[in-house]
Design a protein around this ligand. Structure first.
Ligand code: DAS
Length: 371
């Protein structure tokens, strides 16, 4: 599955071509940032398919991606690892847990930073999962492309180059997992894909980007706090967690089936500040006795209300009936967090406490990074 194919870097190339010139090579190799690029597939890896379906499919490996960017030689020594080759909607929690372990091992072996390339469709979820799973303060940067390599102005190479610059920078240390596209640097915990095709699809609606790339410089103008720990996560796939979006005139017939379908947790995207139709309240309360039920907003931006409205189905009503507030997390991210918590050996009754400690850490003022 894993293949390490190419190391690109000025002094690595020198030593290959000219033989080792002790002092030079050793001195320079110790000062150049060592970066690993893990590729998972997606548009950035896609090119014309020979299959009868037509269209483009993920086929380029990590070595192909970095070989197309000669400028990388001026930034870092880059090692390419093709980790998966798939559309990002096919990635699973099992893939991400395995990737997080590989990243931790890379750091233990001396890497200064990691870049992950993948499809943009699920970056907002995968990057947040890595944010929770990788405990190092060294940078992990996730990127992708909106335009594949067969169309005019593909953006993949610029995004990889920018991501390696960020991963190799001191500024990116201690910020958790970052997402870099279109010359913007975002915190994984806040970013969302907001457009089907526009290059400027990625936004962090609640707070904006943490910084940007300008010429060859990395600018970080805001910092985020370290996330609280969810604890050691089991290998393999996460227990099933449903994500349910409320809509006008909704009744509770889907909610009433979730327990018998084997779901172990639920995230409900309510209206506005965290509201549902009055007629689904009893079903939610019943469900919250059996499993963690998290309440978030379908608006995709802002923090859940806590103490404003008092009508049946309001945020006050639902939280008093045992639902857990997702705070500033949107539905897909709240589902990632709950899924990973349920992938640990935490007692189900303590899952709420762990969930709430991570939510509290997101809005904490303490931006001192993990060692
Ligand atoms: N939307 C495509 C991409 O940006 C497909 C995918 O997510 O894999 O890569």
């Amino acid at each position: 599955m894993t293949s390490s194919s190419l190391v690109i870097g000025h002094f690595t190339v020198l030593s290959l071509n000219l033989g080792h010139r002790e002092g030079d090579t050793l001195t320079d190799q110790t000062t150049r940032p060592q970066i690993i690029v893990y590729s998972l597939g997606g548009t950035i890896a896609s090119t014309k398919s020979t299959a009868s379906t037509g269209g483009v499919t993920p086929q380029l490996g990590a070595a192909d991606l970095i070989a197309a960017i000669p400028e990388l030689r001026d930034v870092a020594d880059v090692t390419a690892v093709t980790f998966r080759q798939m559309p990002s909607g096919d990635l699973t929690f099992a893939d991400l847990v395995e990737l997080a372990r590989a990243i931790e091992q890379s750091f233990d072996a001396g890497s200064d930073g990691v870049v992950v390339t993948q499809g943009t469709d699920t970056i907002e979820e995968t990057a947040f999962a890595l944010d929770l799973l990788v405990r190092s303060s060294r940078p992990v940067v996730v990127t992708g492309a909106m335009r594949n390599s067969t169309v005019a102005s593909p953006d993949g190479s610029a995004n990889v180059l920018g991501s390696v610059r960020v991963a190799a920078s001191r500024e990116a240390k201690g910020l958790g997992t970052l997402v870099v596209l279109n010359d913007e640097i975002h915190a994984a915990r806040f970013i969302r894909k907001t457009h089907t095709s526009n290059l400027a699809t990625f936004h962090s609606p609640s707070c904006g980007p943490l910084g940007w790339l300008i010429e060859e410089r990395v600018r970080v103008v805001m910092r985020v706090a370290p996330l609280a720990d969810v604890g050691p996560v089991f290998e393999g796939d996460a227990p099933p967690v449903a994500l349910i979006k409320c809509s006008l005139g909704d009744d509770a017939r889907v909610l009433d089936q979730l327990a018998s379908l084997g779901y172990e947790g639920v995230v409900v995207e309510g209206f506005g500040g965290g509201h549902v139709p009055a007629r689904v309240v009893a079903s939610l309360e019943k469900l919250a006795v059996r499993m963690p039920v998290v309440l978030t907003s379908r608006t995709g931006s802002g923090e859940l209300l806590n103490e404003t409205y008092g009508f049946p189905g309001s945020e006050r009503d639902l939280l008093s009936r045992g639902l857990i507030s997702a705070g500033v997390l949107d539905g897909p991210k709240a589902r990632v967090l709950l899924s990973l918590i349920l992938s640990t050996d935490v007692e189900r009754t303590r899952a709420r406490t762990v969930f709430e400690s991570v939510i509290a850490s997101i809005t904490s003022h303490d931006t001192t990074p993990h060692p």
